[in-house]
Ligand binder design. Structure first.
Ligand code: VGL
Ligand code: ZN
Length: 198
């Protein structure tokens, strides 16, 4: 079965020095590049937010980054402004090998709704189109790497499993934000959804 490597959000803002830096995020660039050769296709996701995005604490006066708010689609963490469209922070890490990327899929560009998963907006209903792309190419065996383990990687892998793809997370090529135990919760949720952690 053809296999795709889905590289989640390997962007400057999620690496040390970035606006929403994940500890050790830059350490996985080499391992991610090395994995690419073993797959039939490589897909990159790119977090891509307008400056007025509803997931930014700065757009909710009186709130602090990393606090929780309620959105029409459920609870939402408020983040520092990050991956703003067209800014250097939204660029891929300069060390990431882009030569193997067949597709770059952007997510989070709708101002009123966040998008952690590569497959659906955070309402779990609005598709990004990625599932159709993968199915049309027969890419049904998916491995996930990148940032952040406990948010965009986990939500993507869980959605993939629910959609009927074979889904594996290569944990050594991920790093977690780990907000109030979110890493352990993400691991349990992935296992419950049938995602293989390796
Ligand atoms: C992510 C928080 C906000 C991620 C993206 O890539 O895990 N986390 N936007
Ligand atoms: Zn984001």
């Amino acid at each position: 079965m053809p296999r795709a490597l889905i590289v989640i959000d390997m962007q400057a803002d999620f690496c040390p020095g970035g606006a929403l830096a994940v500890a050790g995020g830059d350490q996985i660039v080499g391992p991610v590049n090395a994995l690419m050769a073993g797959f039939d296709a490589v897909i990159l996701t790119q977090d891509w937010h307008p400056a007025d995005h509803a997931s930014f604490a700065a757009n909710h006066p009186g709130t602090e980054p990393f606090s929780l708010t309620d959105m029409p689609y459920g609870p939402q963490v408020l983040w520092p402004a990050h991956c703003v469209i067209g800014t250097p922070g939204a660029d891929f890490h300069p060390g990431l090998d882009l030569s193997r990327a067949d597709l770059v899929i952007r997510k989070g560009f709708r101002p009123r709704i966040d998008s952690y998963s590569a497959f659906f907006e955070n309402d779990h209903a609005t598709p990004t189109g990625l599932a159709g792309y993968l199915r049309e190419r027969g890419l049904l065996d998916l491995s996930f790497v990148g940032l952040a383990h406990d948010f965009c990687v986990a939500w993507s892998a869980i959605d993939a499993a629910r959609l009927g793809f074979s889904a594996t997370v290569i944990e050594g090529a991920t790093r977690a934000i780990d907000l109030d135990g979110s890493r352990d919760r993400a691991r349990a949720a992935m296992r419950a959804a049938g995602v293989t952690l390796e």
